[in-house]
Design a protein around this ligand. Structure first.
Ligand code: ZN
Length: 292
């Protein structure tokens, strides 16, 4: 008896088998299949990992990089262009015969940090995943805020600059175009986010200037979300977001943008605790909760 969680990324799928205490028993990674082949791949990964840990899978959670409806239909996944209105939940349920949950990948990562990580025991939290793009999970009043269709939390597409940088969503000036890893690379004239962070640690003045500019864009979007949700905690996760150096710069920028604390207490700004497995862990947790 084991809960399986699978995080489907643009290039690879990571599956974890989760023990009852929330620890990872084992994991498997495969390159992401194209088109509807993704359904077969996820089902195979689930079966293969369960048999590797010598137990039957009791539930499956899947995190998808796109908009997912309440009934587990993946409407749009920008990095998987052939996936459109794919009824993943229905297909996987009938194939595997166990409870299945399909949700947005950033929501899954947020659930993991909320249940087992940095936002544990917080009823109002924002979990922001900053990697190539931006993913947002909203925890409000002790629940995941999903909205009418299940599409809540697409905050990376809040417009922060009218007529600004073009976004793959078809509009201009989205937050993701100013506060993601790709945006940092653009601001740093092609230097990667990891390299910028390294140069900041080495006290490179230009890198520091770029990171300050980038952090002010991150903070601008965060403050918009603070005004919307009034969170107790903001957790920064993802490949770039989990950096302590970035957290320090964002905290400074947020402090400058927010009103004095006697007028508006600032939320705690923390880095994520669960690393790159957060999405798969959260997917497994959501799958498990269906049968509890
Ligand atoms: Zn956009």
């Amino acid at each position: 008896m084991v809960a399986i969680g699978i995080d489907v990324g643009g290039t690879k799928c990571l599956a974890v088998a989760l023990a009852n205490d929330g620890s990872i028993l084992d994991s498997l990674t495969l390159p992401t299949a194209t088109g509807v082949g993704i359904v077969e791949e996820v089902a195979d990964l689930c079966t293969a990992l369960a048999s590797r840990v010598g137990k039957a899978a009791t539930s499956l959670g899947v995190g998808m990089p796109g908009t997912v409806s309440h009934d587990g239909v993946v409407y749009l996944a920008p990095h998987l262009p052939e996936v459109r209105q794919l009824p993943m939940h229905a297909l996987l349920s009938s194939q595997l015969g166990i409870p299945v949950v399909v949700d947005n990948d950033a929501t899954c990562a947020g659930v993991a940090e909320w249940r087992n990580g940095a936002a544990r025991n917080c009823d109002n939290a924002l979990v922001i995943t900053i990697g190539t793009g931006i993913g947002v999970a909203l925890i409000a009043n002790g629940k995941v805020l999903r909205g009418h269709h299940g599409f809540a939390g697409e905050s990376g597409h809040h417009i922060v600059m009218h007529g600004g940088e073009e976004c793959p969503c078809g509009r201009r000036g989205c937050w993701e175009q100013y506060a993601s890893g790709s945006a940092l690379r653009r601001m740093a004239n092609g230097v990667s986010g990891e390299e910028v962070l390294l140069r900041v640690v080495q006290e490179d003045k230009e890198a520091k200037r770029v990171l300050e500019e980038f952090a002010s864009w991150v903070a601008l979007g965060l403050f918009n979300l603070v005004n919307t949700l009034d969170p107790q905690v903001i957790v920064l996760g993802g490949g770039l977001g989990s950096s302590g150096v970035l957290r320090h710069f964002v905290a400074d920028a947020l402090h400058k943008q927010m009103p004095p604390s006697d007028l508006r207490p600032a939320p705690l700004l923390l880095t994520a605790q669960l690393g790159p497995e957060a999405g798969a862990i959260g997917a497994a947790v959501l799958g498990k909760e269906v049968i509890e």
